[in-house]
Design a binder for this molecule. Structure first.
Ligand SMILES: Cc1ncc(COP(=O)(O)O)c(C=O)c1O
Length: 496
């Protein structure tokens, strides 16, 4: 099974990154990541100690402290009246149009405001227990306790690229530690603000370094997670196209048309893939199909981005879920891998992720990393440590790994169980049509095939909050609410 991307073709990373990174003399000062001011810790702490022995620190602070922390004495700003500002000048914000609300967040706030005890939030993509509650994985809590009392840790800035142990573990997690790409040192990873941040970092990088980015289309699946489009647009890409993915009639993959779209794509196009548990359809290509996709894209010398937001969450086996990206890497593609630990570690609000760049030539990677660091430095300077430390600690220890895998299985098994339960209930309720796709789809979501009108009716009349696309979060189904959901769906066929 030969997937031939011409290995003699210029490396993507070679042709677009300024070569001055390879010559010391050519290094441009504006491109050098600033060093954090090196602190003279000992001197400083000694000074504080000395002063504190001479001056009663507490008393002086008390005298200077405001009466109330948040008070603002307007008397202090009396002079402001004498600053001659033309208040009739137009506001800087005058031309700002109100942006539409982000659908999934709006759905959650509408649901929160709903007083119907039967309401169900089927929208937001987060795991829920049988009681309908969020779940902090016990292994996460255990490691957090350990971290909290570890006096060797501190709150110093991380390096720009993030926590080294995390970055190394994530590359092993995504690619497998014996993958040739890692054995040959042909990957570099930088910590990112979860999957979204990694995608944006990748988009910003490609905008700068992809040859002629204005003419290079970015392809996303139709449908896809809407933020793929938003992120690449905001990064400056103007030609964002779709490849066909979903056959709405048969409720499965539109494989032949997808291949046609790849065959017709311009050379070196950027292709965004969901590595597993496609959002929103829950429908992934088979391994054979991935192989065919890789062969077509090899001809096109495409640049794939594997958005891996659900590694392990789809099947319970992180290696199996990473199979597509490992295949492309084994075939020699240069590509980005976007890792997120929101779903599989339940670390939604910790914002833990990584962007990994795979190159055909390891000598190009220091330049790639240096440019990614510039993008990070000018956006948020350096990433937060807590979530990365949790993930690194768990991935590094075989005992924590075992606990995490068990808990991952609890989540994926619950989803499988709910799929079966919902399908049974829909069939028993006499819902029109076939419902086998509910159990054949994979991952967190089910793409029900309900129309926008039905979704609106379910929201307005039954307090069932689902995306207008008909996507539902399977984790929101419980043994208690499944019949209500199924009967309501049947009713939506009669009323909407
Ligand atoms: C396909 C896909 N990519 C990326 C993300 C980003 O998630 P996060 O930014 O929480 O890592 C999500 C989240 O729902 C997703 O579904």
């Amino acid at each position: 099974m030969c997937i031939c991307i011409k290995c003699t073709a210029t490396s993507f990373f070679n042709s677009h990154i300024p070569t001055f990174f390879f010559s010391k003399a050519g290094i441009n000062a504006s491109n050098i990541p600033e060093k954090e001011p090196s602190s003279p810790p000992n001197k400083q702490s000694k000074q504080t100690e000395n002063t504190s022995t001479k001056v009663p620190l507490a008393t002086s602070l008390v005298q200077k402290a405001p009466k109330k922390l948040f008070d603002c004495e307007m008397a202090d700003f009396k002079e402001a009246e004498n600053i001659n500002l033309d208040k009739s000048a137009p506001s800087t914000f005058l031309r700002v149009d109100k942006a539409p609300t982000v659908a999934v967040f709006k759905l959650s706030s509408d649901c929160n405001a709903d007083t119907n005890p039967k309401k169900v939030n089927l929208g937001v993509g987060a795991f829920r227990t049988e009681e309908g509650k969020p779940w902090v994985l016990p292994v996460v809590t255990e490691v957090e306790r350990k971290i909290a009392i570890d006096t060797s840790l501190n709150k110093e800035y991380l390096p720009i690229a993030g926590l080294k142990s995390f970055r190394d573990q994530v590359m092993k997690f995504a690619l497998g530690e014996t993958h040739p790409v890692l054995l040959e040192g042909r990957a570099v990873g930088v910590q990112a603000i979860s999957g979204t941040g990694a995608l944006r970092l990748g988009a910003d990088f490609l905008r700068k370094y992809h040859a002629n980015f204005e003419k290079t289309p970015v392809f996303v699946s139709s449908p896809t997670w809407p933020n793929h489009v938003g992120i690449f647009k905001t990064a400056g890409f103007t030609d964002i196209r779709t490849y066909r993915y979903w056959n709405a009639e048969d409720k499965n993959l539109d494989f032949d048309n997808m291949i046609k779209d790849f065959e017709n794509a311009p050379m070196r196009s950027i292709m965004i893939f969901h590595c597993c548990a496609h959002n929103p359809t829950g429908c992934d290509p088979t391994r054979d199909q991935w192989l065919k996709i890789a062969k077509v894209l090899a001809e096109k010398q495409a640049f794939p981005i594997f958005d891996t937001a659900y590694q392990g969450f789809a099947s319970g086996d992180p290696a199996a879920d990473a199979w597509p990206l490992r295949l492309f890497a084994a075939a020699g593609f240069e590509m980005f891998v976007v890792s997120s630990f929101s779903k599989n570690f339940g670390l939604y609000n910790e914002r833990v992720g990584q962007l990994t760049a795979v190159s055909k030539d390891k000598a190009l990677l220091p330049a790639v990393q240096s440019q990614l660091e510039i993008l990070i430095r000018t956006n948020y300077s350096n990433p937060p440590v807590h979530g990365a430390l949790l993930v690194a600690t768990i991935l590094k220890s075989s005992e924590y790994q075992r606990q995490w895998l068990d808990q991952l299985n609890v989540m994926s098994n619950r989803i499988l169980e709910m799929r079966q339960l919902l399908r049974n209930s829909l069939e028993q309720a006499g819902c029109p049509g076939k419902w086998s796709h509910i159990t054949s789809q994979i991952g967190m979501f089910s793409y029900t095939g309900l129309s926008e009108k039905q979704c609106d009716w379910l929201k307005n009349e039954r307090s069932l909050y689902l995306m207008k696309s008909g996507r539902i979060n399977m984790c929101a189904i419980t043994k208690k609410n499944v019949d209500y959901v199924a009967i309501s769906i049947r009713e939506s066929f009669e009323h909407a």
